[in-house]
Design a binder for this molecule. Structure first.
Ligand code: FAD
Ligand code: ZN
Length: 475
């Protein structure tokens, strides 16, 4: 039964006239994939899901929403982790960019490509590869997340160490403003100091300031050779020093450097079929590292081997394997990438924290947070893995089965407050990769200074005075 007020129905009818029957969904069954988030935690309701086919249609739809004060929730691939991409409150329209999925232009000599916001990340990577270039953004959801969603969450992934976050991979944007006007900032310039860098405002804004409809992305040389190593390290301090050593030996060729605790590996071996321990003995910690170079050949593998031998001599590494083929490299990465899935399969409560601190302080943070957690929650397991090279850890507390039945919201708060308070003492971030959305609005109020919150509110008020863009998210 439709419980929306009649003016919402009238607005939906006017929107339908703009986008045509192909561009609108109102049947509740067909709207289902758009109103529940990827983790299945947040479920909203919507009078319609709108799927415009062009920037002009997006502008017309948002213009109508502005006129009628109808809230708009922009949506990409709906793979976000914070509930930001689904409606939250009555009468909110979901605006999906899925039909705007064209690569507009590839300029190989300028190392840029222009794409519509609804392009799936894997398709963007492929279009770059077809022009013998690399678009380096890479993450587990790349088969379904969209570049507009990546931009709006400033997505990270596994290549940040070498190429930066999404923010660093953009030269231009096209944005439909909350009043329906279009800002065409589709510049492909590497140098442009003509006032405020407006595009950076919309990147990481989680759809609260406007709808990104297109972008100009940076491309890079495609690596001709890669080398992958799985190394056992005695403790996180050794991992940190191994990173420094690798960089001394191999410079910028280090593209990924991931830290993995033994219990992560145990979970993977237990729950993910076809996996096996890459090393003979059991070790407490591991590093998974990638090197890449635009020159092909044996040199890269040799370089990695020499660096690892030096690390063995310095007792930074206890044992290591270098992948002998692409298939072996993929198998090693599969161990790392299936940790979240394996953790989900284990009975018990998992409290997830996607945090960052200065890279140099990672070992101290891991130690201090573990001691504090074990003190308060005897029997807790810290499932720690992530992008050590970026100072970003997925620092998860696992409270095993026996606690499960009496696990309460209180416990969740106690665990996360404890971890985030320590992060705060380290001047770190309580959300390094995944954003704020609905999930972390309490935290943003707790951990950002009043001045910072006030600046953010001032921007939101100036750019979206009627608060129609993704209301209730972030601030
Ligand atoms: P959505 O989930 O649809 O939307 C995310 C936010 O962006 C929402 O606020 C939405 O309103 C807004 N938005 C979407 N499109 C637009 C637009 N065109 N204009 C304005 N606002 C818009 N994230 C990482 O950073 N690193 C990882 O390594 C990583 N790994 C993941 C692995 C898996 C298996 C999964 C499921 C997720 C992972 N994520 C990761 C999280 C997620 O994939 C990213 O946040 C991704 O960038 C979201 O893209 P999306 O298209 O799915 O956006
Ligand atoms: Zn991550």
């Amino acid at each position: 039964m439709n419980t929306d007020p009649p003016d919402v129905a009238a607005t939906v009818a006017r929107i339908a006239a703009v986008v045509g029957p192909q561009g609108i969904i109102t049947d509740p069954r067909d709207m289902e994939p758009y109103i529940v988030d990827w983790r299945g935690i947040y479920r909203g309701v919507a009078p319609a899901v709108v799927r415009p086919a062009s920037t002009a249609e997006v502008a017309a739809v948002v213009g109508l929403c502005a006129e009628t004060a109808t809230p708009v929730v922009p949506q990409g691939g709906n793979t976000g982790m914070c509930g930001a991409s689904v409606p939250h409150g009555a009468g909110q329209i979901v605006l999906s960019l899925a039909r705007m999925n064209r690569v507009l232009d590839v300029d190989a000599l300028n190392n840029t490509m222009a794409v519509q916001a609804g392009c799936v990340l894997a398709d963007v990577q492929q279009a770059a590869a077809a022009a013998d270039r690399l678009f380096p953004l890479s993450l587990g959801a790349e088969g379904s997340c969209q570049i507009g969603g990546n931009l709006s969450t400033n997505a990270g992934g596994v290549n940040v160490l070498r190429y930066g976050n999404t923010r660093d991979l953009v030269l231009g944007l096209e944005v439909v403003l909350p009043d329906g006007r279009v800002w065409n900032g589709m510049r492909s310039l590497r140098k442009d100091n003509t006032g405020y860098d407006l595009k950076q405002l919309y990147i990481g804004a989680e759809g609260t300031l406007g709808v990104i409809t297109a972008a100009v992305l940076k491309l890079f040389s495609r690596p001709a050779a890669t080398a992958t190593a799985w190394a056992a390290v005695p403790h996180p301090d050794a991992a940190l020093n191994l990173l420094a050593l690798l960089r001394r030996h191999c410079g910028d060729r280090v593209t990924a450097f991931e830290l993995i605790s033994r219990n992560c590996l145990d979970l993977v071996l237990r729950h993910i079929p076809g996996t096996r321990d890459p090393l003979e003995a059991i070790h407490e910690w591991y590093v998974l590292a990638d090197l890449a170079d635009s020159h092909s050949g044996h040199a890269l593998r040799n370089e990695l081997e020499i660096a690892l031998e030096a690390a063995l001599e310095d007792a930074l590494v206890a044992d290591a394997v270098i992948a002998e083929s692409e298939a072996q490299a993929r198998a090693l990465w599969r161990m790392r990438e299936s940790i979240p899935e394996a953790a989900r399969a284990e009975p018990g409560m998992l409290y997830r924290h996607d945090v960052s601190v200065a890279v140099s302080r990672i070992p101290a943070f891991i130690r201090e947070a573990r001691v504090a957690l074990e003190d308060l929650f005897p029997g807790v397991d810290v499932i720690c893995f992530g992008h050590l090279g970026d100072g970003n850890l997925h620092y998860n507390a696992f409270v095993s089965g026996r606690y499960r039945s009496d696990a309460t919201a209180r416990e969740a708060h106690d665990v996360t407050d404890l971890v985030y308070d320590i992060v705060q003492q380290y001047r770190g971030s309580f959300s390094a990769e995944h954003g704020i959305g609905l999930a972390k609005v309490d935290e943003i109020r707790r951990y950002k200074s009043p001045v910072e919150i006030e600046l953010m509110r001032t921007l939101k008020q100036a750019l979206d005075p009627r608060n129609i863009m993704n209301p209730g998210k972030v601030l």
